[in-house]
Ligand binder design. Structure first.
Ligand SMILES: [Fe+2]
Length: 303
């Protein structure tokens, strides 16, 4: 007899987990059951979890070391460096810089060499309508590509860049310059094998500049197709938040996007913890892509 109940929410991914109070310490069986459900459904929704910051941190620690958000120092909870504030509440009298965070498809912290393996987001306050989040299943995205395209992508790397976080250009320029300095562009394999499930998935998103060794002109249509394919409605679960929903997702096999489908005058306040991932990827020099003009010039020498 299991300790938790997992009810599937979406065909491609997502399940609701009930029968557990996350304020209490987890026993081994419940922890194993949550991990099994997580590996099967990728996104777990725990409704009705009114956790303090310390309780959110304590529950998250059951699944690994927590990110202290050194890559995003300005957006941490001043009292808890493990908590990132995703909020449109005013901070210090100014509009919060994370009020529009996550507005393009991404997995958390892929612009670092330690992308988060998972994230846990707790809804503290929300507008009556909207502010939804969508997740896409990247195992299925990989498995539903044709064999020749999968072969092409195996062994390819893509350059992830914090400068492509949507709306970052509207933030405080000094802070953005520092975020760029802290997070130079990073190349990650496009196809990755999940260390716990052994399944292959795509490592994608809209924070990618292009593929290593390819020109921007070559990369963009392929990237556009892949992101469109990966986020097609059949591969997506859309979550309508309720206050005290805690959602735990696996960044290694999903993408997500936070929708702006709500009255921006109303408060949407969420707190996030992230699980530190395995070191992966490598820092690359900006502008490493071959120059198309130079390649075109080479026609002259060939003919
Ligand atoms: Fe995110």
């Amino acid at each position: 007899m299991g300790q938790i109940t997992a009810r599937q929410l979406g065909f491609a991914l997502g399940a609701e987990v009930t029968g557990i109070d996350l304020r209490k310490p987890l026993n081994d069986l419940a922890r194993r059951e949550i991990l099994d459900a997580w590996h099967r459904h990728l996104v777990l929704v725990f409704p009705g979890q009114d956790l303090s910051a310390a309780e959110q941190i304590a529950f998250s620690r059951n699944f690994g070391e927590l990110e202290e958000n050194e890559a995003l120092p300005y957006y941490r909870d001043p009292g808890h460096k493990e908590i990132l504030l995703v909020t449109n509440r005013r901070i210090g009298g100014k509009p919060s810089e994370t009020r529009n965070t996550g507005r393009n498809w991404h997995a958390d912290l892929t612009y670092t060499t330690r992308p988060a393996k998972g994230s846990l987001l707790l809804c503290r306050e929300k507008p009556a309508v909207g502010g939804d989040t969508m997740w896409a299943n990247l195992y299925l995205a990989y498995e539903t590509l044709s064999e020749p395209l999968r072969r092409f992508l195996d062994g390819l790397e893509a350059i992830h860049d914090i400068s492509l976080v949507k709306g970052i250009e509207k933030r405080d320029p000094e802070k953005v310059a520092e975020l760029r300095r802290l997070n130079p562009p990073v190349a990650h394999a496009v196809v990755k094998t999940h260390p716990e499930t052994g399944r292959k998935s795509l490592c994608l998103g809209q924070r990618i500049r292009g593929f290593v060794g390819m020109t921007e002109e070559e990369s963009s249509p392929i990237l556009g197709f892949l992101n469109q394919h990966a986020t097609s409605p059949e591969l997506v679960y859309r979550h309508r938040w309720s206050v005290n929903d805690l959602v735990m997702w696996d960044n290694r096999c999903t993408l997500h996007v936070a929708l702006a489908d709500f009255d921006q005058g109303k408060t949407r306040h969420m707190t996030r913890t992230s699980l530190v991932g395995e070191p992966s990827g490598r820092i690359v020099a900006e502008g490493a892509a071959p120059d198309r003009e130079a390649l075109m010039q080479s026609i002259a020498s060939v003919s």
